[in-house]
Design a protein around this ligand. Structure first.
Ligand code: SF4
Ligand code: SF4
Length: 113
């Protein structure tokens, strides 16, 4: 059966789904660009795989405490972990990039050692 990776840790504590650096959404979507075309969000590049589920609502307790988010879909198809817009990593880390959240497990395809 196909395994779905989870968000192992997320440092965006101001996000409404975040509690103690865990993401309690049922699932997140990452990235908002396909095939090199950057979608309508300014400042987003192919090296910028945003967590699109981020919402600035500190302490909101969105989601459910017994859930750890799965990576539902990822549009960052330039990432070596990406297969048909599905994340194949064991788990992902999410962290801060400017004012938004990025997947820090992103690896540019071809840049793997
Ligand atoms: S920024 Fe994304 S991964 Fe982090 S807690 Fe919010 S929804 Fe979850
Ligand atoms: S590791 Fe790569 S494929 Fe997985 S969510 Fe992050 S950017 Fe997307």
């Amino acid at each position: 059966m196909t395994r779905i990776p989870r968000v192992s840790q997320c440092e965006m504590t101001e996000c409404g789904f975040n509690e103690s650096q865990k993401c309690h959404a049922a699932g997140i979507q990452v990235g908002d660009q396909v095939g090199g075309a950057v979608a309508e969000r300014p400042g987003v590049t192919l090296q910028d795989p945003k967590c699109d589920t981020f919402t600035r609502n500190p302490g909101a307790h969105f989601g459910a405490g017994d859930l750890i988010a799965q990576v539902g879909a990822c549009m960052a198809n330039s990432c070596s972990h990406n297969e048909a817009l599905r994340c194949t990593a064991d788990g992902i880390q999410v962290g801060r990039h400017d004012t938004h959240a990025d997947c820090k497990t992103y690896r540019l395809r071809g840049s793997e050692r």
